[in-house]
Ligand binder design. Sequence first.
Ligand SMILES: Cc1cc2nc3c(=O)[nH]c(=O)nc-3n(C[C@H](O)[C@H](O)[C@H](O)COP(=O)(O)OP(=O)(O)OC[C@H]3O[C@@H](n4cnc5c(N)ncnc54)[C@H](O)[C@@H]3O)c2cc1C
Length: 468
Amino acid sequence: MMEFLTQCRGIVGDAYVLDAPADMAPFLTDWRGRFTGKALAVLRPGSVEQVAALVRACAEHRVALVPQGGNTGLVLGSVPDASGAQVVLSLVRLNSIRQVDPVNRTMTVDAGCILQQIQEAAAAEGCLFPLSLAAEGSCTIGGNLSTNAGGTAVLRYGNTRELCLGLEVVTPQGEIWSGLRGLRKDNTGYDLRDLFIGAEGTLGIITGAVLKLYPQPKASITALAALPSPADALQLLVLMQDHCGSSLTGFELMSRYCLALVAEQFPQLPKPFAEPHPQYVLLELSSSESEQHAVGLLEHAIGAALERGVINDAVVATSVAQSAGLWQLREHIPLAQAKAGKNIKHDISLPVSRIADFIAVTGPRLETAFPGCQLVCFGHLGDGNLHYNVAPPVGISNEDFLDNQDKVNRVVHDSVVSFGGSISAEHGIGALKRGELAHYKSAVELNMMRAIKAALDPLGIMNPGKIL
Ligand SMILES: Cc1cc2nc3c(=O)[nH]c(=O)nc-3n(C[C@H](O)[C@H](O)[C@H](O)COP(=O)(O)OP(=O)(O)OC[C@H]3O[C@@H](n4cnc5c(N)ncnc54)[C@H](O)[C@@H]3O)c2cc1C
């Protein structure tokens, strides 16, 4: 392996091949601190050509590599295994905005650009890059594409897949495929771009991308509605979509337990209602006309919902600061959970129409199997995506309860699948959910996935042990 490392040093320079344990440490542990792998080295290329040369060296020496962006992934996809035989290939030095084309409404970027950097570069041109998630100050667009990240604006703009027109990829053979086409129509055979998006680094390394830009909305207005049940939240969603169409840009469900947890852990945050309600929905409307237009639309729709008895009460933010305060309640749910202790997390999706039935059925199933367990259920209801987390009963330690992870997963995921849902909505599979994927996907689907992997990466050097 000395020869391999010498070759790598020749490609990127000594400073960018890290093999001292202290230098490698920040790259080896996942974001939530659940797993620390070992690596032969961490490679930090500074150009696409260097990435390609490093991959050729890996192929020659049969060294497996783990592509890594911001290392904010939540499914153990971006960290190496425990063998010490893999290398981490960090993309963060590839961080240039290559071009902005405001007329084509596209931006061409390096894969290691931080999401926030891309949002800011778009805004500087008067445009919007709508992908937005709580990790945006640390995650990279290459990681967003490789996990097909979702976030808070999917309802209006779609997942990362829908925000990408073209890719540049280094193949497992170390060739550079330049598919950086800014075309909205391009039917010229198999869509290779779509293969690499969501592949979690198992088929190749994304080094660049052409992203879609949108006009900046003139105003965004937020409201918090209090409701009796998830079924009412679905009725509210339909009503809002009928009244507001594509102006509805956010629709987030939060249970009473979630907001109680936030109030307990972060007492300084606003408490919009005097009395608690069973469910809450955070709504966001964006207008390309004016703030007045957005407020008018929102008040009209909320009025109709109150009149029909779909909601109990609502608070409409009248300023940007108030809007931010309402969003903070939603964003602090994961933080409040983390402060309260570890729990068993599920990132699931369902047909939107079946979410209320899923919630009604799954809670009692869990209660039967784990009496007293507590559900932290919230998520992007408009996209059919729930974060359905299970915390221990009072009196049982969080650590002890984690021993039940497999059994809890089985109850939740069996229920998800029985409602036609998916066991991973936006975080991916990584190493964490590989067993669950094998359990639930059909042999036909798994075999097609394996065939694609074998065709593109016959040596199996691209992030082995992830997904498949
Ligand atoms: C606080 C917090 C909030 C989050 N919120 C959301 C959310 O709302 N929605 C959501 O979808 N996710 C969310 N995530 C998960 C995570 O941020 C996203 O998955 C993000 O897209 C990962 O980007 P990254 O650069 O950190 O990728 P990494 O974690 O470094 O890598 C993720 C995967 O992509 C691969 N990869 C990385 N870069 C490349 C590349 N250039 N080429 C090929 N493969 C590559 C890695 O091997 C790994 O399998 C959140 C995470 C945190 C910590």
